[in-house]
Design a protein around this ligand. Structure first.
Ligand code: AMP
Length: 463
């Protein structure tokens, strides 16, 4: 089967061919035709299956002949990285059409996003939290939406976005085409689909959640404290140009990155404590080959799409089978091959067995030849949280003493202190003043404060 068997616009077929897509993937084969007919679709498709083009192509086809200037398609994604990834994919697929897409996510300025709303960019790709931030202002209108797509819906629910999704649904027309893509279809997703979709076509490309084919999976049992040295050994002996490593926490990601750098391995990291600019830069330098290893935590790593990613390492065993599938789905893409290694300490064996049950396969256990499993670690990898808190408190106490001494010195020298700087006292507030008529400039239309508390936007998970 070829793409030309769908009645897709010639300019989309041209882009598909330029991108080197020869045949539709299974999800594309199943989803494109009903989507072109305007049907609602609920699809279970894992990352790496070609799901993004499966929903973008029919939507772009249906928008091509429409007049410009109205946002007609809204794609909701759980993370900034995924939203950026979809936007990039859209840009490539729409290269020979006048259609434009814009990403709307947090951590970057709201002004260009406001401008995209005002221009009525054809497709908006948004994370729920930042979209709701915009929806407080009159320029953010979703009344023209004809296509609503929820991508990685299971992850959005895991991240506590369900209330946000419900609020967004109230702002889009009821008469629309709705698509729900999810790696897994647990009960809450099916329930949400029941509320959102009208007479949907259900597509289960992979009935049992399973990692993409073409990946060689290996588990390396290792004492917890030797993980970093074993990892270094695996990186040194791997032929893969790009290595993506996942850690359980932000602290462990920082520690692993520091350890690798100390041992001469070029490395960068992305996680929830890093600014959007830092994350974008990290991903760009990894993609350009300036760093061999990218260390990431789960949520931040969604949407990482790097050509020829030969090796993914679970430095820590992921908590759920779905996370395992998503992590290792970063290699072996486009029917290519890749390796997925999982370092397993004795207390992680149970989690690994749960993953094996989830994916319906046992991972072969292997030992690295020549690696000394009996050696004592030369340094401590992880600093326990209590110790880190004590160190932070000590540093802050020291800063306070120093500030007091400075203030006393300035007082004796007759220097008056200036106004307190940003965030030195009280709560720091961020405000956004949208462009446009002063009638409402800067005032959220709902009258509520501009920034909703983080807890209201997610379940507080920060990785
Ligand atoms: P996705 O599952 O949408 O994240 O896509 C995974 C990767 O597969 C992306 O790098 C796409 O560019 C690529 N891809 C999507 N469709 C095809 C296709 N029909 N043939 C080859 N590669 C594809």
């Amino acid at each position: 089967m070829s793409f030309s068997s769908f009645s897709l616009h010639a300019n989309l077929l041209k882009a598909i061919s330029n991108m080197g897509f020869e045949h539709p993937t299974p999800i594309q084969r199943l989803a494109i035709a009903p989507l072109l007919e305007g049907r609602d679709v609920m699809a279970s498709a894992v990352t790496g299956s070609g799901k993004t083009a499966a929903f973008l192509l029919p939507v772009l086809h249906r928008l091509i002949e429409k007049p410009r200037g109205t946002t007609r398609a809204l794609i909701l994604a759980p993370t900034r990285e995924l939203a950026a990834q979809i936007t990039e994919h859209l840009h490539d697929l729409a290269a020979h059409t006048p259609l434009k897409g814009a990403a709307v996510y947090g951590g970057v300025s709201m002004a260009p996003q406001e401008s995209a709303f005002r221009k009525g960019v054809d497709v908006l790709i948004a994370t729920p939290g930042r979209l709701l931030d915009h929806l407080q202002y009159p320029y953010a209108r979703l009344g023209g939406i004809e296509h609503l797509i929820l991508d990685e819906a299971d992850r959005m629910l895991d991240m506590g976005f369900l209330p946000d999704i419900r609020r967004i649904l109230q702002r889009v027309p009821k008469q629309r085409q709705t698509l729900l893509f999810s790696a897994t279809l647990p009960a809450p997703i099916v329930e949400l689909a029941g509320e959102m979709l009208q007479n949907p076509v259900s597509l289960n490309v992979e009935r049992k959640a399973a990692p993409a084919t073409g990946i060689t999976h290996v588990a390396y049992p290792v004492p917890h404290e030797l993980k970093s040295t074993l990892f270094l050994e695996l990186v040194r002996t791997s032929a893969s140009k790009h290595v993506l490593a996942f850690t359980r926490t932000k602290h462990r990601a920082d520690r692993l990155a520091g350890f690798l750098e100390k041992h001469g391995v070029t490395c960068t990291r992305i996680h929830g404590n890093r600014s959007q600019a830092q994350r974008t830069e990290a991903l760009a330098s990894f993609k350009r080959g300036r760093c061999r290893v990218l260390v990431a935590t789960d949520i931040a790593a969604r949407g990482i799409d790097v050509e020829a990613l030969g090796l993914v390492v679970n430095f820590d065993v992921p908590p759920l089978p779905e996370d395992y599938i998503h992590r290792v789905g970063r290699t072996g893409r486009k029917q290519a091959t890749g390796d997925a290694y999982t370092l397993v300490s004795p207390h992680e064996e149970d989690s690994l067995r749960a993953i094996e049950r989830g994916i319906g396969a046992r991972l072969p256990r292997q030992k690295v030849q020549g690696f000394n499993y009996a050696t004592a670690p030369t340094e401590r990898f992880e600093v326990p949280i209590a110790e880190r808190i004590t160190a932070i408190r000590a540093r802050k106490a020291e800063e306070r003493v120093r500030a007091k001494a400075n203030a006393a010195r300035r007082a004796t020298q007759g220097i008056t202190a200036g106004p307190a700087g940003n965030g030195t006292a009280g709560q720091r507030t961020r405000s956004y003043r949208p462009a446009g008529p002063s009638r409402w400039a800067g005032k959220p239309v709902t009258g509520q404060s501009f920034r909703r508390p983080v807890a209201a936007r997610s379940n507080g998970k920060s990785v």
